[in-house]
Design a protein around this ligand. Structure first.
Ligand code: ATP
Ligand code: MG
Length: 597
């Protein structure tokens, strides 16, 4: 299941370094901007740290006994200017970095999307769409968050800690510097340790959220089925069950966070108090001025301010690494149907199709096809019949190279499709699949999908050829009518005719019709069959059909059973042979006669 990888022990170091490495190319693409943003960051921090130093000078010049006090105007203005500069450079850094961040998000989302289309069909059948889209969403968001955390928090905090400790060391007692350092190190150490311990709750939260999400999406997609079987309560209970488990771990996650926050606060309180005691003692002993005390206090506050959010940030980093890792895992998956290096394109001349001792098994299952050999001569129409589950659709998918055969070979015009470029094979084949799914767009969009840069005339002609034009014309919005998610607002027969129109538009040399007219009534089926017949005469065609009356005219009929070809020949030959096909034919013609009576 897709959530499995989240619950595995998470090896922070090696995996995250790997993830960081993957992020680098996106940053290097915009290195000028990254460098500029870093420069502004340094300026901002320098200005920031200079503020308490100026404050000290102001306090000291005001804190003089026996001397006429004058306003240290220059210093006061410098104070204001530094504050302004710090804010200005911060904003400049953000503005310049914005493009880096969003560009990286754009590229990564695009990369993953593109990659998902290259993965094989079995990947898509095994994964739930809800889970994938969540992984992409969270993954790209985490790229943005991680980048900004590094540029806006980690780097500046680190730089500021070094600066402050340096100033304390150079100007004052080594104690100040070392106590600050110890506090910082203790703080960071404890934060990392406790955060690592409580990460397991976050994994579980992620798992449960994903689970609830996929369940919800699945049950909504299956809305009709849920209603048909009165399973609303079951769906609600299942969701409720996951959500209550989510609630438990979310609560644990939150309470453990409050404990962590308290420990962090305690470390800071102790560190700051010790330093303030030492500084006040210095003032009492007259080693330090009042200005020094104020400067040390201001520096420390400034130092611990970013540290205060370091806890949250570390947690964010870890969460984001998990999210990003899940996304990059997707990127690392490769398709099982791989092209060989320098695979050549299919050179199609006449469109002869040849199956040569083909065997195939779905992963982890017994062989569906065991030893299939047949030839479709150019322009011929070959029909496959057989009981449900016999492997007819599988055979069609093998020809389209959705899967690679496990034994034997499939040749198109003498070329083994396993050794060819997948896309070139798939371009040459048009498929009207058994279950047609439509895009949630207009009818026009769905037909025009068959061909790039198609014209309105071509779309209308294809609609006419597949006998769907009458239906479209009587719709108030005609070709602009939206078909609903997966085409649910259309009847099965309408969808099939749209799918046929789409393939007519593609007009490839080889055609596969997998029960393409099964949802049509006899009258429309006859009309569509006529259209298909006209088309088939110019193309090499593989037809899969349950209703034998639609394939009587086939050049060859193949009867598939137990993964083998049991009979083959023309309609008349098979009737003469008086085998499986003949008995099937008798049964169906009896049925239809009974219906007619
Ligand atoms: N993606 C898949 N993964 C695993 N098994 C599959 C997959 N697709 C189909 N099968 C199995 O392979 C067998 C053949 O399926 P196929 O769809 O080829 O049958 P079919 O002859 O087209 O049946 P029908 O007439 O009902 O459409 C079935 O037992 C089916 O359960
Ligand atoms: Mg099928």
């Amino acid at each position: 299941m897709q959530l499995g990888n989240q619950t595995q022990a998470y090896d922070f170091k090696t995996r995250d370094i790997k993830v960081l490495k993957k992020l680098m190319p996106y940053l290097l693409k915009m290195r000028v901007r990254v460098a500029l943003a870093t420069l502004f960051l340094i300026f901002a921090k320098l200005a920031n740290v200079a503020v308490p130093v100026v404050l000290k000078e102001i306090v000291d010049s005001l804190d003089q006994t026996n001397v006429l006090l004058i306003l240290p105007l220059g210093m006061l203005f410098a104070y204001g200017a530094l504050r302004l500069a710090s804010s200005l450079f911060n904003e400049l850094r953000d503005a310049i970095f914005a493009k880096v961040r969003y560009h990286a998000m754009h590229l990564i989302a695009l990369g993953v999307f593109k990659h998902l289309h290259t993965l094989d069909l079995s990947f898509h059948l095994n994964r739930r769409i809800g889970g994938i889209t969540r992984d992409i969403d969270r993954g790209t968001q985490s790229v943005s968050t991680l980048l900004s955390i590094f540029v806006f928090n980690i780097l500046p905090s680190f730089f500021e800690i070094c600066l402050v400790i340096g100033i304390l060391w150079v100007n004052y007692d080594v104690f100040f510097a070392s106590i600050s350092l110890v506090t910082v190190v203790l703080y960071i150490g404890l934060t990392l340790a406790i955060t690592t311990w409580r990460m397991k709750y976050r994994y579980q939260m992620n798992d449960m959220q994903s689970e609830a999400n996929t369940n919800a999406v699945d049950s909504l997609i299956n809305y009709e089925t849920v209603k048909y079987f009165n399973q609303e309560d079951f769906e609600v209970n299942r969701y409720d069950d996951t959500m209550s488990r989510w609630e438990d771990v979310a609560t644990k996650s939150f309470t453990s966070m409050t404990a962590l926050n308290f420990i962090q606060g305690a470390v800071i309180a102790v560190g700051v108090t010790i330093i303030l005691v030492l500084a006040s003692q210095g003032v009492v002993d007259q080693n330090l001025s009042l200005g020094d005390l104020i400067m040390i206090q201001a520096l420390l506050l400034q130092l611990f301010m970013p540290l205060g959010s370091l806890g949250i940030i570390y947690r964010q980093i870890k969460h984001n690494f998990i999210d990003m890792n899940n996304m990059f895992d997707l990127l690392e998956r490769t398709s099982k149907v791989q092209d060989i290096d320098h695979a050549s394109n299919l050179k199609i001349s006449k469109g002869k199709v040849e199956f040569n001792q083909v065997a195939f098994a779905y992963q982890g299952k017994d062989e569906v096809l065991k030893d299939i050999s047949f030839v479709i001569e150019p322009g011929q129409k070959v029909a496959i019949v057989g009981s449900s589950g016999a492997g007819k659709s599988t055979l069609a998918k093998l020809l389209f190279r959705f899967y690679d055969v496990s034994k034997g070979e499939i040749l198109i015009d003498g070329q083994n499709i396993k050794l060819l470029d997948q896309r070139s094979v798939q371009t040459a084949i048009g498929v009207v699949p058994q279950d047609t799914v439509m895009f949630n767009e207009s009818i026009y969009y769905n037909i025009a999908y068959g061909k790039k840069n198609t014209t309105k005339e071509e779309v209308e002609r294809a609609a006419k050829l597949s006998f769907i034009d009458g239906f479209i014309d009587q719709l108030p919005q005609g070709y602009d009518t939206l078909v609903g998610e997966r085409g649910l607002k259309l009847s099965g027969g309408e969808k099939q005719r749209l799918a046929i129109a789409r393939v007519l538009l593609k007009n490839p040399p080889i055609l596969i019709f997998d029960e393409a007219t099964s949802a049509l009534d006899s009258h429309s089926e006859k009309m569509v069959q006529k259209a298909l017949k006209g088309l088939a005469s110019k193309h090499t065609t593989l037809v899969i059909a349950h209703r034998l009356s639609t394939i009587v005219d086939a050049d060859k009929i193949i009867v598939l059973s137990d993964g083998l070809i049991k009979e083959s020949g023309t309609h008349d030959e098979l009737l003469k042979a008086n085998g499986q096909y003949a008995s099937l034919w008798k049964m169906q013609s009896k049925d239809s006669k009974e219906k007619q009576q």
